[in-house]
Design a protein around this ligand. Structure first.
Ligand code: ZN
Length: 465
């Protein structure tokens, strides 16, 4: 096929012709790749990611990708790689990212072998089927389709395959600093974002694009005491002291926060909801200072996280013998910090709420706060076009992630990142990280189209309608 420049008519004809001719072939190939990569146990400690990288690099080379457009990165025994499709014009590249590693799965606990792709009654079963090997497959499939049709993007496209998203994200950091990636104008992450289907009817409800993540931070509350024999109780006791501190954490509420992104999300969800929660969503979206709306949303485990920082007790540890006074009592408080909030200020707020200098507060590890990626019209319209190809009229809305992905690493590195997997699933079918992970077969194939369509559209292969 000749280079895709020229009139829209010529381009459209060439484009649709090439796609129609190979549609079956690329789906067969993608399924083969998907099955193969599910079979690698790419969980921490199993060292199978390098073998998966070798396999994928071979697939890409066989598909026509030149060795000079593949860079393999090795960080502390973890392996990752990036692939570029050079642009016909200069300009900042666009990054597309997926992660190859998985949370481990114990075969003895699963109903089926987690490291074998099994298709059963409309679902693909296997560890990584949804998180995130469908995304890996969609990126590889997109590159292969570009090569097979000899299509060249006008903007350079860089595809990243992360090796340790589920653990340290050190390969993501290395990728973000790589010369092919560091100047990227924005990134599309396949590891989050997607459509929600009604649990009973299967009707598409909404499509969510992740534009920000809350910061994950865990604080330990620690009380120490000289202890002693339990037959001679002291006035002060580490367990009681910690219990009082926990009661204050329980009742403390962080102040309400809102951004354009969270207001757009809550307003859109509110339109589709009835009852007091729906009304509170609409009111809060219109006016985040509406205290009664914020109070109503604070009662909802689904929405409270989009309106403020939350901290909650998750673990307890105290004492060393049933007949001894406790010498230490410790509780873990897990916080999801609203973007823009500093870790130190959350610590200070907890200390003020607890109001007991005898309770030490220590942060675990080195949590990092990431900025919001405000929505770009070009990205939102490309995602909307891709979504509407399968689900016309469904609302496409940005959201704030309360969980976590390596999108935050790109955002911290200055690359605005939008997560859009293209996968439509029912909330009751969310099995990522859990037992018997699965993905509807139809979602897998639609996900391939979604990522391909974004690469074509954002890469400037097709002019905008
Ligand atoms: Zn993931």
């Amino acid at each position: 096929m000749k280079k895709i420049i020229g009139s829209i008519a010529v381009m459209a004809a060439a484009f649709s012709g090439s796609v129609a001719a190979q549609s079956a072939a690329h789906e067969v190939k993608a399924r083969e790749i998907y099955a193969r990569i599910i079979s690698f146990r790419t969980a921490a400690g199993h060292q199978q990611t390098p073998a998966m990288v070798d396999y994928l690099v071979d697939v890409l080379k066989a598909g026509g990708v030149s060795e000079t457009d593949i860079a393999t990165l090795e960080v502390k025994g973890e392996r990752a790689f990036i692939v570029r499709l050079p642009g016909q014009r200069s300009g900042r590249p666009i990054l597309l990212s997926a992660h190859m590693d998985v949370v481990d799965a114990r075969p003895e606990e699963w109903a089926r072998d987690p490291f074998k792709l099994i298709e059963e009654k409309g679902d693909f079963y296997g560890r990584g089927t949804s998180d995130n090997k469908a995304g890996v497959t969609a990126l590889i499939s997109t590159i292969l389709r570009f090569k097979a049709a000899n299509m060249k993007p006008s903007r350079e496209l860089v595809f990243a395959f992360v090796g340790d998203e589920e653990t340290d994200m050190t390969t993501t950091r290395r990728i973000a600093a790589h010369p092919w990636v560091k100047d990227a104008e924005f990134a599309i992450n396949t590891d989050a974002g997607g459509g929600i289907l009604d649990d009973t009817t299967g009707k598409p409800l909404i499509y969510l694009v992740q534009g920000a993540e809350k910061t994950y931070a865990t604080f330990d509350l620690i009380v120490t005491n000289p202890g002693g024999h339990s037959s001679r109780p002291r006035q002060d006791n580490a367990i009681y002291q910690l219990a009082h501190a926990l009661e204050r954490v329980e009742t403390y509420r962080f102040p309400v926060m809102a951004t354009d992104l969270t207001r757009a999300y809550l307003g859109a969800v509110g339109k589709a909801q009835s009852g007091p929660v729906g009304e509170a969503l609409r009111k809060f979206s219109a006016d985040p200072t509406d205290a009664s709306a914020a109070d109503e949303l604070a009662k909802s485990s689904e929405f409270v996280g989009t309106t403020r920082t939350t901290c909650v007790a998750t673990m307890l540890e105290a004492g060393h013998a049933e007949n001894a006074l406790p010498q230490t009592a410790k509780a873990a408080i897990n916080c999801r910090i609203f973007p823009g909030g500093a870790i130190a200020s959350v610590r200070d707020a907890l200390a003020a709420a607890i109001a007991d200098p005898g309770v030490k507060i220590e942060v675990r590890g080195n949590p990092e706060a990431s900025p919001i990626s405000e929505m770009r019209p070009d990205v939102m319209s490309a995602i909307t076009r891709a979504v509407h190809a399968h689900y016309p009229d469904v609302m496409v809305v940005p959201y704030l992630e309360s969980g976590g992905t390596d999108g935050k690493v790109y955002r911290i590195a200055g690359i605005p990142t939008f997560a859009s997997s293209g996968l439509f699933t029912k909330p009751s079918e969310m099995f990522a990280h859990g037992l018997n992970e699965r993905l509807p077969v139809i979602a897998f194939y639609q996900g391939l189209d979604h990522i391909y369509s974004l690469a074509v559209d954002l890469g400037g292969v097709r002019t905008k309608r």
